[in-house]
Ligand binder design. Structure first.
Ligand SMILES: C[S@@+](CC[C@H](N)C(=O)[O-])C[C@H]1O[C@@H](n2cnc3c(N)ncnc32)[C@H](O)[C@@H]1O
Length: 236
């Protein structure tokens, strides 16, 4: 907090209003963001400072919008000029298949929140619905190459994957492949959810995906919360 104040004051002395605004918002982030999502402050500072190509915010697994709203608030406060895509079944977790079934952390139907309920939560949080697109459906059905063409996404600046299971993460990563470029932030909320088991969850799906796509590698950027991990995408 103190370092942000000093950063703000230094920028004000230099009359660098843009940096001063940025530093002030970062300083205030702990007041309006849940602790777990403070990692978004680092991510958005990166996007702000590195002047990467423009891109959108894509979240896969939105439930009642906690991370989605946090990302919306911070990125809009920093004028990052994004569109926000919420991908979800809006019926909770799908039926499990073998790989995820052996674990008992999750159950089918868990985290169900309807589209109407989700939209109302966003409205109550002051999210401008014109900046948001909901993409309903289970990922193995909703995330096809036709969906890629139908949505005007050129690049994912931040892809937030929070769908817990191996079978859910596989279609998400396949869908994301053409939308990720060097400097895209790829965030996994459940990276460690199975105790680091290389055969389960988001971690296993990512390892399989990297094997199939040798032009993509992931640079570790930040760990967050109990289970989260942020990567920067590198593409050759
Ligand atoms: C842990 S919750 C997401 C939490 C949310 N990001 C938050 O901030 O609270 C997981 C979400 O992923 C969705 N989900 C998981 N697997 C899915 C799949 N195969 N297709 C569509 N949605 C899925 C669930 O419906 C649920 O909303």
């Amino acid at each position: 907090m103190l370092s942000r104040l000093i950063w703000t004051l230094k920028a004000l002395v230099r009359r660098d209003w843009k940096t001063a605004r940025e530093a002030m918002i970062s300083g205030m982030a702990p007041l309006f963001l849940h602790n777990k999502y403070l990692v978004l402050d680092d991510i958005t500072n990166g996007l702000f400072s590195w002047k990467l190509p423009a891109g959108d915010y894509l979240e896969f697994g939105v439930y009642r919008g906690r991370s989605f709203i946090s990302a919306y608030k911070l990125t809009t406060a920093k004028n990052l000029n994004m569109h926000y895509y919420a991908f979800d079944s809006f019926e909770g977790l799908p039926d499990f298949q073998d790989l995820d079934k052996v674990y008992e952390n999750f159950e089918s139907g868990q985290y169900a929140c309807s589209q109407d309920e989700f939209s109302n939560i966003l409205a109550d949080a002051g999210v401008d619905q014109k900046q948001v697109t909901l993409v309903p459906g289970f990922f193995d059905v909703s995330l096809t190459s036709d969906t890629v063409k139908a949505l005007p996404i050129k690049r994912a600046a931040i892809a937030w994957v929070d769908c817990d299971l191996y079978l859910s993460t596989v279609p998400v990563l396949e869908y994301l492949t053409p939308l990720l470029t060097t400097g895209s932030f790829l965030v996994f909320d459940d990276w460690y959810s199975f105790g680091g088991d290389p055969k389960a969850g988001e971690l296993a799906a990512t390892n399989d995906w990297l094997e199939k796509n040798p032009d993509i590698s992931l640079l570790e950027y930040r760990k967050f919360g109990v289970s989260g991990m942020v990567f920067l995408v590198q593409r050759t």
